[in-house]
Design a protein. Structure first.
Length: 154
C-alpha cells in the first residue's frame, strides 16, 4: 500500500474499513427509529450511502490500489441511486436529489469529491449516473451545470 496521507495509521485504517464494510450486515434485521417505513428506509439507505462514501475516501487516503477503489466507487454510486429512490418514496417527489448542493456546503463538497473520483478513476459511466441524479432533481441548467462537465478522454 502506498499511503497518500502520512498521518493515517494502519491499525486505524483497518478498524475503520472493517466498520464501514460490515455496516449493512450489522443492521440486518434491525430498524432505525422513524415515523414511517418510508422514512426508516430513507434513513437506512442514507446511512449506508455515508458509510460507502467514507469507505471509499479512507481507502483512497490510505493508498489502496486504484483497482481496489473501483468496486468501492461502483458501490457508492449504487448507494446514491438506492438512497435517491428511498428519498423519493419518503418525500413523494420522484426526482429528488440525494444531495442538496445549493443549500449545504457539505453536500456540495461531497458532490465535487464524487465527481472528482469518477474522473480520477476513469469511470465516466458512473459519473453520468451520478450527475443524472442531481440534474433530474432540477439542478440542470442552474448555477451548478453538472451535465456540462467536459470529461477528458483516456
Amino acid at each position: 500500500m502506498n499511503k497518500r496521507q502520512c498521518f493515517i495509521v494502519d491499525s486505524y485504517y483497518q478498524k475503520s474499513i472493517h466498520l464501514y464494510d460490515t455496516t449493512e450486515s450489522r443492521w440486518a434485521g434491525r430498524t432505525m427509529k422513524a415515523d414511517s417505513p418510508d422514512q426508516e428506509r430513507a434513513l437506512r439507505t442514507g446511512y449506508f450511502k455515508e458509510t460507502a462514501f467514507s469507505a471509499l475516501l479512507i481507502s483512497y487516503t490510505a493508498g489502496e490500489s486504484i483497482d481496489s477503489l473501483i468496486p468501492r466507487l461502483e458501490k457508492l454510486i449504487s448507494s446514491y441511486e438506492i438512497y435517491q429512490q428511498a428519498l423519493a418514496a419518503e418525500e413523494s417527489e420522484t426526482d429528488i436529489s440525494p444531495l442538496t448542493i445549493d443549500d449545504s456546503p457539505g453536500h456540495y463538497e461531497e458532490c465535487v469529491q464524487v465527481i472528482s473520483l469518477c474522473i480520477l478513476l476513469h469511470r465516466t459511466d458512473l459519473l453520468i449516473r451520478f450527475v443524472a441524479l442531481i440534474d433530474r432533481a432540477g439542478y440542470a441548467n442552474e448555477e451548478y451545470p453538472l451535465h456540462e462537465l467536459h470529461i477528458p478522454s483516456g
